[in-house]
Each structure stands twice: as C-alpha cells, then as structure tokens.
Design a protein around this ligand. Sequence first.
Ligand code: ADP
Length: 241
Amino acid sequence: MEKPRLIREDGLRHDGRRPDELRPVRISIGVLNKASGSALVEYGGTKVLAAVHGPREISQRHILLPDRAIIRCRYHMLSFSTHERKSPAPSRREIELSKVVRESLEPVVISEVFPRTAIDVFVEVINADGGTRTAAVTAASLALADAGIPMRDLVVAIAVGKVSGTLVLDIDEAEDMYGEADMPVAVAPSIGLITLLQLNGVLSREEFSEALKLALKGASQIYEKSREALRDRYMKVKVEE
Ligand code: ADP
C-alpha cells in the first residue's frame, strides 16, 4: 500500500474524516442460527463476525473449573480478508489476539453462574482494514449478550492513533501502517472499567490522556449503537412472535 497524505491541508484525514470521527459503524446481531449467539460488526472496511457456543459441557473435563465457566476464544483471519492471501493456519499474531480478546471479555462475564462449563467465542475477520482486534472485542461481547450469557456490562473497543503528529480516532490500515502510534482500548462504559489498553508507539503523557479521552468518546458512540442493535433485535423477535 502506498503511503497516503495522512493529514491533508484542510486538516482532514486521508479518507476525509475529522480527527475525532469514527468510520461508519454497522452492527447486526443474531446473524447465525446454529450458534448460541452471534454478531457482525463493521468499522468502515473492517468486518468481523463473532459466534458463541455455550455455556456447554465439553469432553476435556480436566480443563473445566468447579466454581465458574471457562471462556475460550479463537481470533482468526479468513484467507481473503487481507491484500495477500493469509495462510489459514493460526499465526503467532492470531494466537496473541485470541488471548487479548478473551482477556478483554473475562472481567464482564458473570461466569460463576455456569460452573463446570465452557463458553467458546469464535471470531472470524472477514475483511481487514485496521482495528480488527477492537471490532472483534465489540462483536464478541455482542455475541455473548445474544447468547443470553449474563454480563456486568457490554464491552466495546476502539483504537486511537497518532498520525503526522495528530491524534485520530479509529485508525484504518493505512493510518496503522504509516502512523506513529496505535492505542487500542476496550471499555465497559456503564461500570467504568477499562479491560484492554495497549500502546504500540510513543505518546507523551499529555498525548496519552488526550488519546484516552478520545477513545472513551468513540467507545460511548459504539456503545450506544450496540445497545440500539440489541434493542432492535429483541423488539423484532417479540413482534414476530
Ligand atoms: P488490528 O487489526 O487490531 O489493528 P494490527 O495492528 O496487528 O491489528 O494490524 C493492523 C492491520 O494490518 C489489520 O487490521 C490488517 O488490515 C493488517 N494486517 C494484519 N495482519 C495482516 C496479515 N497477515 N496480512 C495482511 N494484512 C494484515
């Protein structure tokens, strides 16, 4: 990919967004009828599908816990989701991101309700254009809610980046590739809990506070859309019944 001019003369970003503007967010819940719960989340060109199976008993009983459910997570990119064919075999990055997504969700799931069971979360990146881990966390949390798993709050995630010296919300692939910093954040807004904060690159103390503020602002917009999508889904089911 050729390097675009990341901040244009008019102060807008290479795709015409303001620095504090999200890409268009689209959310569909309950898109699969074989999974216990599912959600398709799009942040601009990034499209991620999450499916949940469980809580259920599994044959590997030795890994189950006596007092709560275990959460297992697989983050995977489909071969056609990137410019160059991605090998379907799990890469080191995918193994790491599976852990990152799981750890972003664990603090909100009330797993004590289902001892000796497993909750499996499968994430497939269908199209990658930056921010796949953050879209994955949002999609996974909505798929858990769709599966009826009790949670303290939804978790939504978004990345803030620094490009050409400017802090920008919801970075895309070009901004990730050519920018100076990338800070994904996952938050459970109603209980005021940050469940993920990573920083790749260097920010000053002031920039860090500003970036966090920007991330929380973006997260609250995604949270509203998520709640709206859940409401739409369940109001519709009720009417159809
Ligand atoms: P995130 O997707 O959470 O931003 P990274 O910062 O690791 O995670 O990746 C940034 C972007 O780089 C991805 O969203 C994707 O567009 C691209 N990318 C990641 N892995 C690959 C890959 N194996 N092949 C091609 N592009 C990739």
